[in-house]
Ligand binder design. Structure first.
Ligand code: GAR
Length: 197
């Protein structure tokens, strides 16, 4: 089975991206990293990607008049690179239904909560304030509603007494780094099993 051509979308430091690049460096992994895209020119993850020998491009959303034009530029770059699967890794722009439809069934995201709990922002603060005993992270297919697509895999951590949102985020992030490469491999296998149209 040939490896799927992978692009990773980031907005910032890119620690999850780095774990995916490490996994995809193994020739037996079902995806090969071909492109990293950031909507911020100063995202630290761009340099990390280049250090792994992966092409990294900034397409700053601020350079475009509106969301649609920005997304058309991203879509064009992804198609030029023959991308077959898209992994969002700390990509902090909400995507329009148009973009989601272009990549439906080929786009996954990591979110720092046990979905369906806490879609959106401030997930760790919300878990602490709700008195949850457990928190965690989810990898899911991207659908038109934010953080609402089918879940591929989750990992759980305890919420400890007195946790700050930052402490909980650090504990969850350790699990994100383990979860995402496994979940991406599962997603690739699901795509490869689909009959080609
Ligand atoms: C991660 O915790 C990821 O789950 C979260 O942003 C962080 C990015 O860190 N994503 C979201 O909140 C998406 N809604 P990273 O840049 O070090 O991977």
């Amino acid at each position: 089975m040939s490896r799927l051509r992978l692009a990773i979308l980031i907005s910032g430091r890119g620690t999850n991206m780095e774990r995916l690049l490490q996994a995809a460096a193994d020739e037996t992994y079902p995806a090969r990293a071909c492109l990293v895209l950031s909507n911020r020119a100063n995202a630290a993850g761009l340099d990390t990607a280049r250090a792994y020998g992966v092409e990294a491009l900034a397409i700053p959303h601020k350079d475009f008049e509106d969301r649609e034009r920005f997304e058309h530029a991203m879509d064009a770059a992804l198609r030029e690179h023959g991308i077959e699967i898209l992994a969002l890794a700390g990509f902090m722009r909400v995507l329009t239904p148009w973009f989601v439809r272009q990549w439906e069934g080929r786009m996954i995201n990591i979110h720092p909560s046990l979905l369906p709990k806490y879609p959106g922002l401030d997930t760790h603060k919300r878990a602490i304030e709700a008195g949850d005993a457990e928190a965690g992270c989810s990898v899911h297919w991207v659908s038109e509603s934010v953080d609402a697509g089918d879940v591929i895999a989750q990992a759980r951590v305890p919420v400890k007494a007195g946790d700050t949102p930052e402490e909980l985020a650090d504990r969850v992030l350790v699990e994100e780094h383990v979860l995402y490469p496994h979940a991406l491999a599962q997603a690739c296998e699901q795509i490869q099993k689909k009959p080609s149209s």
